[in-house]
Structures are given as structure tokens and as C-alpha cells.
Ligand binder design. Structure first.
Ligand code: ARG
Length: 608
């Protein structure tokens, strides 16, 4: 190990500026090298670097490895104080274009001060070439999200999955991954038997003429009533499941008609929320379910249990087994997920699979992951699988979110209500007097859908949250409304200067970008955290870090704008001076926010 480090230091004496590396990653490299040089036998200790929040006399980033090394050195018989160690690490840091200076402080903290020149260049690059993602190894990722069930209500749980899944897909796409978005529709359950039987009775001519089923849920309830009350009907329903699964054309036709009714409803929601997803429901796996059962049987992994065929996930038979084949020979949710994970790995060639499903299903997914590993489909050294779980939505009474009459909330009603609230708010601000009709509708949608999505994303997804239009439409605090207003305010600055800032390159050729004022510098350093934030979001699949970052950017911007004139006017309101550098900072802030909003699914409007 020693040898190779010396070699590397010879050929690469200084740190190179790698624009696509995040600041933390770059500093980790710096300190890894420094520690390896100062203490070669401890060159493998994990380096701890973090951004400093608070007064910048402690630097902008901090490395806290000195404390930990004290103990390690002591074990090796060397007594040194953390301050001494910190000083030695400091001495061994390679020069880096992003660092202005490194100081040792207090009990042995190593404080890093960022270089302004580096910050200026990064912001100029951002303005010239657009906001770029951090560089990470490109992977094929499959995101399974939304996934409602045909003929059943698409509820707020599915809404959460839809919003979170869409944003995760956008995040990973922005980071240049190859993302496959999959809607694992529940389109193959035993409920289809009774639905088909009921369809045959209500619309005998359905093969030739599309049946006018207006309300599929109502249709579902009627058929369920008959199923529970009438034995003959029940028998016929069971037969229809068998004929459907064996590919009988008439049952297949009926099934398609029923699915189409739901599909159209789902699509309306996706269009309103600007969600893109490819349908690949449970039915898609019918032949593959037969194949996976064969595979498991041939590997002797199935066991008979009261007529069912089950599979344990390890030899000790702990936990809960999967039910792979029911006693009547039918398949289950487990069977389709086993077939699906195999298809995703072996045919889609995904090496990262993400399931965005409520926390209630965590046992199911853990069991599927373990079973897939046991039968040799999933290799944890190659594949990453995540159950991205989330909590429930609560009403303002703190109980599960329901309508006043106690029914589950229909998603289209919820979106309609959001539209009403946001219009009311815009009217209260008198915006209906200023904006054109089209602008008003655009603002209304941006606010309504934006605040529904943002409320969902800005909390740690694991926890439950309370759904309240009042709260989400607040224009103070970490809300979509605050962010969108701040964004439009930033955009208006360049517009109000009376100069054309659309050709940023031309402005950059003429004016320098300066970060002399304390608040300019603070805002710039906040913007530069972007890559670190994205990496953190992608690692844990948590979007609230990105929301917090947007809020931090908007707050830093507000501080900057309060103390730094961008445009100076005289008493008569005439512009007397334009600070081009500051307007460029505004433009960079706007560009960065726009990128974040895109990932979070917030639509920006020029005026609101
Ligand atoms: N349709 C299921 C439900 O509504 C969710 C499916 C999630 N995806 C999966 N591969 N199991 O609960």
C-alpha cells in the first residue's frame, strides 16, 4: 500500500480540479491523501468531512479525523494530542484549487476555507453551461412506483408512491442513470372473476359494443355483493378466473374492457401531476410465474404446507415464508413479485431496483429480496434493491386521512380541492387583477399541484404527515408557495433591470463575477453544496434533503437581497446603477432552483 501511494504522489503531486466532483468528495480525497502521507499505517481510516453550519471563522468545511486517530496511535504505542495530529494532517494536505487555507482549531479540528476563485469559476460554469449533475457511475435502475389496483380506489398511499417515485426517477435521470419507470398495476387478482361474471350479466353484448361503465368502483361493489350472496354466481366467478388465466378470448376481452376503465382514470391523475410511467401490471408475468414456479421446484425450494406450496427464505425456516402456489393451484402477490424481480434482473438487466411502496409492505419486500437471493436470482454484491417505504397520510384530526363521511378520499377530488384553495389564495393577493387568464390558471396549477407534491416530499418519507391545505399554502417557512414566490422574485430582478440577461455569455464576457460582500459569499457557498446534496439524496433515496436545500438557498438569497443592491434607483424611481455581478448571482440562483424544482416536480411560472 505504501508503495502505491508514494507512486501516486509522484505522478500526481497536486489535486486536480474536477468540476463534476462534489466538494465533500474532493475534500475527502484531499484528506485521504494527507492521512496516508502523515500516517501510512492508518491510510484506510474512513475520512470524515462535513460542511460547517454557522459562523465562517470556523471555516466552511471541517475534517474531524484527528480525534479518532489519537486512539489508534495510542494502540500502536504512540502518544500524540489531537492538535498535534491535526497539524500533521494539515501539513500533508496536497494543494487543491478549491481550498484557500486550512487551519487547525480548538481541540483538533481541521477547518477548510474554500477558495473564492474556485467558487467564482464554478458559478460562471453554471451560468455558461447550465447546471450539471455530479459525476457518479451510471447504472440501469428500475423504479416500481404508483402501482394502483384495477377496479379499486387509487388512494392517498398510491398518491405518495406516485409523487415520491416520480421524483426519485427524475433525480436519478438527472444524475445520468438509465431509469426504467414501471407501474406494477394490480390487474390480475381473483377479483376479476366476479367482475367478468357481472359484466356478462349487465352487458351481454360487451364483445361487440363497449360497455358504458361509468363508475367502476360501484360496479365492483355490486359484483362483490352478488359474490357474497349467490353461490351460483360465486361458482361462475371462479370459473372466469380460470378461463382468464388460461387465455380464453372472451374472458380476456372482458378483462381488457374493465382494465381500460381504470386505466383512463389513472391516466387523468398522471397527466395532472405530470407523471410519466410505463404500465407493466401483474398480468404481464403470467407465463413468467409458471417459469419461476418451475425454477423453484427444480431447486427443491418449495415445500408443501396444507396444500399450498411455500418457500422459506433460509434453512432455519425463520421469518415468514412466501406462498408461491395456493392450494387451488393459483398464484399470489408473492409469486408475481418473484417473477417480476427475476424479469427485472435477468431481462431488463437492472442492477438497482427500487420499490416505492408504503411501510406496511416491508415484510413482504424483505422476504422477496431474501428469497430472490436464496434461489440465485439476486446477487447482493452486484445488485442493489431498496424498499423505499413511507408513512401514512393523516387528517387534521391526527387520524388516518378520510372524508367527513369516513370514506377514502378520491384523488381527483383532492386535486380539485387543491385547485380551489390555490385560486382563493391568488385572489386574496389580488393576482386575478394583474395576471391574464392564462397566467392565472398556470399559477393556480403550479401552486396547487406544487404544494401537494412538496408537502409529501419535504418530510422524511418514513414518518406520517398531516394533510392540510392551509399549512401547505402558507407563504412562510419551508413550503412550495414560499419557494415559488422567491423564485419568481429572483427572475423579476433581471427583467426589471431593463437589460437583456438572456444571453448570459455576452454579459459574462463584459463583466466580472465578484463575491466580496459577506452575503454574496454565503449565498455562493450555499449554491456550491448542490452536488453533495444530490449525492446524499440518491444514496438514501430521501428527497427531503433536496427540499431543505431549496429552502436554504431561498433563505440565503433573501439575506443577500436584503443587504446587496442589484439595481439602484433614484428618488424618482429611475435606474441609476445596475450591478451586473449581482444580477448574475441572481441568475445562477434561479437556474439552480429551477433544476431542483424540476426534480421535485414543481412547475415554475414567470409571474404569480
Ligand atoms: N398494487 C400494490 C398495492 O396497491 C402495490 C404494488 C407494489 N409493487 C410491487 N412490485 N409489489 O398495494
Amino acid at each position: 500500500i505504501k508503495q502505491s501511494i508514494v507512486e501516486e504522489n509522484k505522478t500526481n503531486p497536486e489535486m486536480h480540479l474536477d468540476d463534476e466532483l462534489s466538494i465533500t468528495e474532493h475534500l475527502e480525497k484531499v484528506f485521504t491523501k494527507a492521512i496516508a502521507t502523515a500516517y501510512p499505517s492508518f491510510s484506510n481510516v474512513p475520512v470524515v468531512v462535513a460542511a460547517v453550519n454557522g459562523p465562517s471563522k470556523f471555516g466552511d468545511y471541517q475534517c474531524n479525523n484527528a480525534m479518532g486517530l489519537v486512539k489508534k496511535l495510542k494502540e500502536a504505542g504512540i502518544n500524540k494530542s489531537p492538535r498535534e495530529i491535526a497539524a500533521e494532517i494539515q501539513k500533508c494536505c496536497p494543494d487543491s484549487p478549491i481550498i484557500k487555507k486550512i487551519e487547525v482549531a480548538g481541540a483538533g479540528f481541521i477547518n477548510v476555507f474554500l477558495s473564492k476563485e474556485y467558487a467564482v469559476n464554478s458559478i460562471i460554469n453554471m451560468l455558461r453551461d447550465g447546471v450539471k449533475p455530479p459525476r457518479v457511475p451510471r447504472k440501469r435502475v428500475l423504479v416500481d412506483f404508483s402501482s394502483p389496483n384495477i377496479a379499486k380506489q387509487m388512494h392517498v398511499g398510491h398518491l405518495r408512491s406516485t409523487i415520491i417515485g416520480e421524483s426519485i426517477s427524475r433525480l436519478l435521470e438527472f444524475m445520468q442513470h438509465d431509469v426504467i419507470r414501471i407501474n406494477h398495476l394490480g390487474d390480475w387478482g381473483t377479483q376479476f372473476g366476479m367482475l367478468i361474471a357481472h359484466l356478462e350479466d349487465c352487458f351481454p353484448n360487451f364483445v361487440n359494443e363497449s360497455p358504458p361503465i361509468g363508475d367502476l368502483q360501484e360496479f365492483y361493489k355490486e359484483s362483490k355483493k352478488r359474490f357474497d350472496a349467490d353461490d351460483n354466481f360465486k361458482k361462475r366467478a371462479y370459473n372466469r378466473v380460470v378461463s382468464l388465466q388460461s387465455g380464453d378470448p372472451k374472458s380476456t376481452k372482458a378483462w381488457q374492457l374493465i382494465c381500460d376503465v381504470s386505466r383512463k382514470e389513472f391516466q387523468k391523475i398522471y397527466d395532472r401531476l405530470d407523471v410519466t410511467i410505463t404500465e407493466r401490471g401483474e398480468s404481464f408475468y403470467q407465463s413468467r410465474m409458471l417459469a419461476i414456479v418451475e425454477l423453484l421446484r427444480s431447486k427443491n425450494l418449495l415445500e408443501l404446507d396444507e396444500g399450498r406450496e411455500i418457500m422459506w427464505t433460509d434453512d432455519s425456516k425463520s421469518g415468514i415464508p412466501l406462498t408461491v402456489v395456493k392450494s387451488d393451484g393459483g398464484f399470489t402477490y408473492d409469486t408475481s413479485d418473484m417473477a417480476a424481480i427475476r424479469h427485472r434482473i435477468e431481462e431488463d438487466l437492472a442492477i438497482w431496483i427500487i420499490y416505492v411502496v408504503d411501510s406496511g409492505q416491508s415484510t413482504h419486500f424483505n422476504t422477496i429480496f431474501k428469497a430472490a437471493e436464496r434461489c440465485g436470482i439476486l446477487n447482493p454484491n452486484v445488485h442493489r434493491v431498496d424498499h423505499v417505504q413511507f408513512g401514512v397520510v393523516l387528517g387534521e384530526d391526527g387520524k388516518k386521512f378520510k372524508t367527513r363521511s369516513g370514506d377514502t378520499v378520491k384523488l381527483s377530488d383532492l386535486l380539485d380541492e387543491g385547485m380551489k384553495y390555490s385560486l382563493k389564495q391568488l385572489q386574496e393577493r389580488g393576482r386575478d387583477q394583474i395576471l391574464t387568464h392564462t397566467e392565472l390558471v398556470e399559477a393556480q396549477e403550479a401552486v396547487a399541484y406544487g404544494c401537494i407534491k412538496y408537502t409529501d416530499l419535504c418530510h422524511n418519507r418514513i414518518s406520517d404527515y398531516v394533510f392540510s391545505f392551509e399549512k401547505m399554502l402558507d407563504d412562510r417557512g419551508n413550503t412550495a408557495v414560499y419557494l415559488l414566490y422567491t423564485y419568481t422574485r429572483i427572475c423579476s430582478i433581471a427583467r426589471n433591470s431593463g437589460e437583456d440577461f438572456s444571453n448570459v455569455a455576452a454579459i459574462l464576457d463584459k463583466y466580472n463575477l465578484e463575491l466580496d460582500h459577506e452575503k454574496e459569499w454565503k449565498l455562493a457557498k450555499t449554491l456550491l453544496k448542490f452536488h453533495d446534496v444530490l449525492i446524499k439524496c440518491a444514496n438514501g433515496l430521501f428527497l427531503h434533503f433536496l427540499c431543505e436545500f431549496c429552502y436554504e438557498v431561498c433563505s440565503a438569497f433573501t439575506e443577500f437581497y436584503d443587504s446587496c443592491y442589484c439595481i439602484e434607483k433614484n428618488k424618482d424611481g429611475k435606474i441609476i446603477k445596475i450591478n451586473h455581478s449581482r444580477i448574475l448571482i441572481c441568475e445562477a440562483t434561479a437556474a439552480l432552483l429551477r433544476t431542483c424544482f424540476k426534480i421535485l416536480g414543481l412547475k415554475t411560472v414567470a409571474k404569480m
